[in-house]
Design a protein around this ligand. Structure first.
Ligand code: AHM
Length: 337
């Protein structure tokens, strides 16, 4: 058992010391993301009080405009990244175009950040877990300000990726390519503390997560896999798998990461690329789940090897316990061709 509390900041510094030539820039960036997450967490926790403290879009008692939580989260993350001095630009699911920082210390910074500041935000009003998802890439150009090429990189190039889940407790889970670690926010001291070191996703798992309401639009392979999960296909000793679907990607993937399972948002009739965004949602989750020993594919190839064409493109995704991802691919190959 761990005997001493290790805070996120301490952990990041410890890890930095493992790399003799590390400049500390990435560490500073991660710490600033952790800081923004605490402020977002504070606001998310107050969401139920919106009617008392001021409905979004209205003015609060101080005469200030109350921002929608997703807008607030977006602004908070951007401010934190700008202040870090280690980030030359940000692409956000909330913004049509990426932004670049023009001030001296940021413009020359080595990293860009891609993020979904508040994923699953339609769940806020009903008190369901939501999250912030982030990816950090090293710039590939040397122009003074970062350009689109710096963002449109394959997921495999990420130097860090992770999420913050605002749930029954708030956690930050991330990887820098050397395993996955989870930190739980202790509200009494206001620190993220290492609570889930070296997370490994069970390779078997049995939870399946998919919006089954769209069943009629799924491929034959996906539908046959659902039947397999339900033990509707004769197989010796096969028990039905539990279906769990929150409709909040961070929460669904977090649960499956810990307990073992598969999350699927496949192609659908009329929606050949699914719903979820490659750059903001699929890539960071794929990097993290692979680092925990799992798999992530779009049905044909590893998510991390997809070449992005534009920032907001979507991709089908099958992600989670390796044996479950392999099994759904077997059904896809057999039935969907
Ligand atoms: P959002 O970008 O509008 O928040 O949508 C993303 C969310 C994911 O968190 C979740 O996995 C998915 O949408 C659920 O979609 P659906 O309601 O179609 O099942």
């Amino acid at each position: 058992m761990q005997t001493r509390i290790i805070t996120l900041d301490e952990f990041i510094i410890q890890r930095q010391n493992d790399f003799p030539f590390a400049s500390g820039d990435l560490s500073a960036l991660l710490r600033d993301i952790g800081l923004a997450a605490k402020v977002i967490n504070r606001e998310v926790n107050k969401a139920g009080l919106a009617d008392i403290l001021g409905v979004h879009g209205s003015q609060n008692v101080h005469g200030e405009e109350v921002k929608k939580l997703d807008v607030f989260s977006n602004d908070m993350m951007i401010n934190a990244l700008r202040n870090s001095g280690q980030c030359s630009g940000v692409a956000s699911e909330e913004l049509e175009e990426f932004i670049y920082f023009t001030d001296e210390h940021n413009a020359n910074a080595e990293y860009v950040v891609i993020m979904d500041p508040l994923d699953g935000s339609s769940n806020i009003d009903v008190n369901i877990s939501i999250g912030t998802i982030f990816s950090i890439y090293r710039r590939v150009t040397r122009s003074r300000n970062c350009v689109q090429e710096d963002f449109l990189q394959k997921g495999i190039n990420q130097v860090a990726g992770g999420y913050i889940i605002y749930g029954s407790s708030t956690m930050m889970v991330y990887t820098t390519g050397n395993g996955v670690n989870g930190f739980t926010l202790d509200p009494s001291i206001g620190e993220f503390c290492l609570s889930h070191p070296n997370i490994k996703i069970p390779s078997k798992g049995n939870i399946y997560s998919i919006n089954q309401g769209y069943r009629l639009k799924f491929s034959e392979g996906v539908n046959q896999y659902i039947r397999y999960c339900q033990a509707d296909i004769p197989e010796k000793n096969k028990k039905p798998f539990p279906l769990r679907y929150i409709g909040s990607m961070v929460a669904d993937i977090h649960r499956n990461l810990i307990k073992g399972g598969i999350f699927m948002y496949p192609a659908m009739q009329g929606v050949p690329n699914g719903k979820l965004r490659l750059m903001y949602e699929c890539n960071p989750m794929a990097y993290l789940v692979e680092q925990a020993g799992g798999k992530a594919t779009n049905g044909k190839q590893r998510i991390l090897l997809l070449s992005p064409e534009h920032l907001h493109q979507t991709s089908p995704i099958f992600i989670g316990s390796s044996e479950m991802v392999e099994m759904v691919m077997k059904f896809e190959n057999e039935y969907s061709g």
